[in-house]
Design a protein around this ligand. Sequence first.
Ligand SMILES: [Cu+2]
Length: 344
Amino acid sequence: MPPRTRRFSPATTGRAPRDRAVRRPRNTIPAALAPTATYPNLRRTLLAALTLAGLGLLVFAGAASADLLTPESGGSPNADDIDTLYKIVLVLAFIIFFAVEGVLVYSLVKYRHRKGAVAAQIHGNTRLEIGWTVGAAVLLVVLGGVTFAMLGDIRNPPDSDAAGYDGPGVVQVANAASGDRQPPNGKSLRIQVNGQQYLWRYTYADGDDNRLNNVFSYTDMVVPTGTTVTLEIKAQDVIHSWWIPELGGKFDAVPGHTNYTWFKVPADKAGTTFRGQCAELCGRNHANMLANVRAVTPEEFEAWLAGKKRAIETGNRDVVEQRKQLFPTEEDQVTEDSAVNPTP
Ligand SMILES: [Cu+2]
């Protein structure tokens, strides 16, 4: 037998050697990672979902969409000023935004890549650079000027209207603490706002020197229209935040510290209830820590305050009566009951 020759030797075939072991497998995704299904309707489903979500937003937005881009206002001059200031800044910001984005998009389209086009090599543009530096500086000065011009009216309360309320509860604060701003004539309806887990307590400085006998209410604050109301905001447990959007900005209620703010509901808003709620996460029932400010006419307010005052006086008298009935004399109470109630 002739010796066996190598089948694929270049010497015998003139081709490169081929070996099964060297062959690469086809470049495919491993079975474990391969998609198990295709989504032919994915785009359509997504579009439908987006449309539905958009329509849902429109339907359910309702009141929430009011003042979507700007602060709420209408309940007090300081809230109106904050809103106006915000709008001035917003309009200027919009103008700059659209100018810059407009030039950007225009340039992207006009100077987009084209076959054979060669980019111009530019270095600096003195006029343009000075322009945007000076422009930004002027804008800053204008915004600063407008802000400082309006800040006074936002922070300082005005006097009550001539037809405003001027009865019990209206006080003149002597030696006001820093931050406790008073109207020019010094007179305002003074209400202490106390945040507690999870409600707001309002105490009216109704002329009674004993703070415990002062008129108070929870959640619903009643105020007269056309009258400057100054608030002393405190907290007795954790930090809360007083916020009635239509009456102005938020004010933190911090334990051991007093914050001050004010509002003045216009005379034509009698009968309106301004809604708000605690704006600082204060515990698990924070969401239910609501606050309402109900504006009434000065006459209605006077009647409400007097009614509350009477209720407190009646309550105090009734307690004394009940105590007398339960313990005919203090001595009897001490002798009969000293074992369970040692301190009368
Ligand atoms: Cu709270």
